[in-house]
Design a protein. Structure first.
Length: 115
């Protein structure tokens, strides 16, 4: 069982990035998927959630209108499209799959927003 994030990097303020999270060893269609982030010295924060069928999404107020979570169950992949990035979005971003029985985390991908 594995979640592998990718797509992070260094971007200027106002820029965009698209994070991907590929699952292996299990089928994400049975899981709600989430993106969390953690900045140095801060607690891990829930950024976005998408239900198992993609029918509902929820966002943290800090990213609402700028970030979009989506999923492709056929590809066993979840995405986080990030636009209008701000320096305060700098953090390590983690993918998470959870249901009533299981809870899996990836190792994260670093996003740095700086000029």
């Amino acid at each position: 069982v594995q979640l592998v994030e990718s797509g992070g990097g260094l971007v200027q303020p106002g820029g965009s990035l698209r994070l991907s999270c590929v699952a292996s060893g299990f089928t994400i269609s049975r899981y709600a998927m989430r993106w969390h982030r953690q900045a140095p010295g801060k607690e891990r924060e829930l950024v976005a959630t998408i239900t198992n069928d993609g029918g509902s999404t929820v966002y943290a107020d800090s990213v609402k209108g700028r970030f979009t979570i989506s999923r492709d169950n056929a590809e066993n992949t979840v995405y986080l499209q990030m636009t209008t990035l701000k320096p305060e979005d700098t953090a390590r971003y983690y993918c998470r799959a959870s249901n009533w029985m299981w809870d899996y985390w990836g190792q994260g991908t670093q996003v740095t927003v700086s000029s």
